[in-house]
Write a new protein. Sequence first.
Length: 262
Amino acid sequence: MSLAKLTSLSTQTLSLLLERQRLATLPPFGTQSTTTTSSNLHIPQITRNMKQLRKGILDLETKEGRSQAVTLLRSQYDRMRGMLGEDADFVGIEGFAEDKPLVPVPAPVAVAEGNLIEAKDVVVAAGGEEGHLAASSPSGSKSASGSSTPHGEPGEYFARDRRSPSSEPVYTPYTDDPEAGTHPSILLQEQRRLMGDQDERLVGLSHSVNRQRDMSLQINDELGVHTGILQELDHDLNGTESRLLHARQRLGRVAKGAREHG
């Protein structure tokens, strides 16, 4: 899959996640909880997109190496996976095994003289490297006997280090994340104001249509009057034409008689 297709798929998946997250913030309407509905919204499509996106990123990284575009796509993938929270593990969306920098682990202090505390299986890197730390208190030291690891027991200290992070989903903010929605009461007032303005405009439009109708009726009456006048004029013209024809015939007979007797 090309870089352009991966970018398009990532954008589409992000839109689905933002819509799902947006629905979860809306107040519930009716008896059904919005959280239950939003948790299942677009999950099948998001799961398919995420798995396809992960496979495409790995294939692209195999071909081109860890380029800047691949790094950005991996970061985007991890953020979108974090937006799913516990649902990501439930639907089987895997993450990337990132290399973590080596972090120093403080050595524990013995709780009593002569006691040797050994910490095993302390993970210092994401690759699974294990370190063994051993510390013994110096002979005759009284200050060491008074100090202890956090919460009293060293076993708890290292168990807490090996404990997995919080299971609560971490939502990483995005720059294109929509702003918090307006309160429903404010939206309702704004909608009522807009509907009031629309009603006023519709009333004005109704008055204008009525005036246009009255003007059309008046114009129709005037056209009827003009039609009657034109019909009368046509009748008068026909009578005038008939009289002129008779007069022409009489003049013809007079002219003929004058020629015969002339």
